[in-house]
Design a protein. Structure first.
Length: 286
């Protein structure tokens, strides 16, 4: 019955694994719902910011604000890659890293010097493994990102852009569309371009002035773009982890069915063999 004991051990191991994956699926489902709520809550503010900036934007004002500066040639750019600190999320992190690599290769082919900023252990671990230099790495941002997290990531890049040390800033993250669709995307957040208006232009009473308002709104607009990328990437991560753990749980169930059938056949064969031996022994005694 050595084979039977071996099969029983494998069945027990797969059952324990299925319990773990089912628990992780339930946890990811709960986190995904909270992340979805943060994505939905962030969108109205982003739309309102875009509408106000679109209404205030003018060619004359654009000359007065460094964040609106449109460089004639991009010589140096920053790429901010958002990944997770944990795995077990299918191809989620691999797709983000691939998107960042494609963007970096394209920029460098255009003669742009690229500095790489990476959020998350998975992204930083990969680029460290392949020997790619990183300007900065962050692993302290949790699956509940805040506006302060976004500011800490992009404020230094905004200062570099204003001083002319950078000509463009890109953010690579996921665009959350649904639980089943969250593709990786590259978004240029600097220089700020005139946002598309969400509806008819509104007539604002401005105080103290359009320039004074833009002075405060432009940094907020850039920070909000990074914050939205953070919350949408977290929502995509939890969706990917939920899908991966559900698939693992389903596969474990199928494996258990196969192992149990194999165990039962082996057990039946062993019993049949023992019965045949007993009948043969009894016949020999006669």
């Amino acid at each position: 019955m050595a084979k039977g004991r071996e099969l029983k051990g494998r069945i027990k191991s797969v059952e324990n694994t299925r319990k773990i994956t089912r628990t992780m699926e339930m946890v990811a489902t709960s986190k995904m719902k909270r992340a979805q709520d943060r994505v939905v809550a962030a969108r109205p503010y982003a739309r309102a910011l875009a509408d106000v900036i679109s209404s205030l934007y003018s060619a004359d004002l654009a000359q007065s604000f460094p964040l609106l500066r449109q460089p004639k040639q991009v010589r140096r750019a920053a790429v901010l890659l958002l990944t997770s600190n944990r795995g077990l999320a299918g191809a989620f992190n691999a797709n983000l890293i691939k998107e960042a690599r494609t963007l970096v290769v394209r920029l460098e082919k255009e003669g742009v010097e690229v500095e790489l900023h990476v959020v998350g252990k998975k992204g930083s671990g990969y680029f460290r493994y392949v020997g790619r230099a990183m300007k900065s790495t962050r692993i302290d941002i949790t699956d509940r990102p805040t506006a302060q997290d976004a500011a800490s990531l992009v404020d230094a890049l905004m200062r570099d852009y204003e001083s002319g040390a950078l000509d463009a800033v890109y953010v690579v993250g996921s665009r959350y569309k649904s639980a089943l669709s969250a593709p990786p995307v590259s978004e240029r957040v600097l220089p700020v371009e005139k946002p598309a208006a969400g509806g008819p232009q509104k007539d604002y009473l401005l105080f103290p002035s359009a320039a004074g308002i833009l002075n405060d709104l432009l940094p907020a607009y850039v920070r909000n773009a990074v914050y939205r990328a953070l919350v949408e990437t977290v929502a995509a991560e939890q969706s990917a982890r939920r899908t991966a753990m559900k698939n693992a749980t389903d596969n474990a169930g199928e494996m258990l069915n196969v192992l149990r059938r194999t165990y039962n056949r082996a057990r039946q064969a062993n019993i049949t063999q023992e019965i045949a031996e007993i009948v043969g022994g009894a016949a020999a005694l006669e």
